[in-house]
Write a protein that binds this ligand. Sequence first.
Ligand SMILES: Nc1ncnc2c1ncn2[C@@H]1O[C@H](COP(=O)(O)OP(=O)(O)OP(=O)(O)O)[C@@H](O)[C@H]1O
Ligand SMILES: Nc1nc2c(ncn2[C@@H]2O[C@H](COP(=O)(O)O)[C@@H](O)[C@H]2O)c(=O)[nH]1
Length: 195
Amino acid sequence: MYELKDQEMIFVFTGPNGAGRRTVAEMSGTTLGIKQVLSYTTRPPRPGEVDGEDYHFISGEAFIEADRRQEFMEVIEIDGFMYGIKDSDLAEMIQAGNAIYVVLNRYGAEMLKQLYGKNVVRISIYADRETILARQRDRGDSALMIERYMSHYDEEMAYRSECEHAFENIDSAHTMFDLTKILDGYLNRNLLDLD
Ligand SMILES: Nc1ncnc2c1ncn2[C@@H]1O[C@H](COP(=O)(O)OP(=O)(O)OP(=O)(O)O)[C@@H](O)[C@H]1O
Ligand SMILES: Nc1nc2c(ncn2[C@@H]2O[C@H](COP(=O)(O)O)[C@@H](O)[C@H]2O)c(=O)[nH]1
């Protein structure tokens, strides 16, 4: 397992599916020059998702093989699909930039926090059920997918209280503004004068 240096930071975006975690993380990440370490998954891409941008989409066989070689930091099955982040990806990207972000469910967030303590900052991005349902419908998620995602809503919302920060994502520009200020503070770069 990669050993983080004192100044290296991992920002973990968590919260319910459809809350806008990936959207606001990418906006703030782009502003601050922080890249995402992508998960590997056996889930098929949703319409519009791109291999190497949203996930590394791999076969079940490839996932099992990588797991056998102990390449993943954690392996989790969610609704019949496998997910995991590779230790080597995290090490390579964090050494290149001092900070990275990931988008994980509560189990992944907890695993990283237990492993790396103060170098991990968990950020819950959330919205109420109706808002999330509307976003999922708008992006064309099937009724089955929506049911699957919403079955995790309560647990993901409950994990908010464990996180270092929580943002209700109503207006994405507003969320991104508040979020960027917080992340900039951890990075001690003082790049932004947003007040
Ligand atoms: N503040 C917002 N207002 C309206 N729509 C938003 C907002 N934030 C994100 N969205 C839209 O909601 C949908 C879900 O966003 P996003 O994919 O970022 O969510 P997520 O929490 O990462 O969930 P998932 O992992 O299921 O993709 C996308 O279509 C995105 O464009
Ligand atoms: N614990 C982990 N959670 C992960 C990982 N990669 C993604 N996720 C989270 O799983 C759910 C379902 O994802 P979806 O894209 O199929 O809807 C969602 O909360 C993701 O953020 C991982 O490697 N570990």
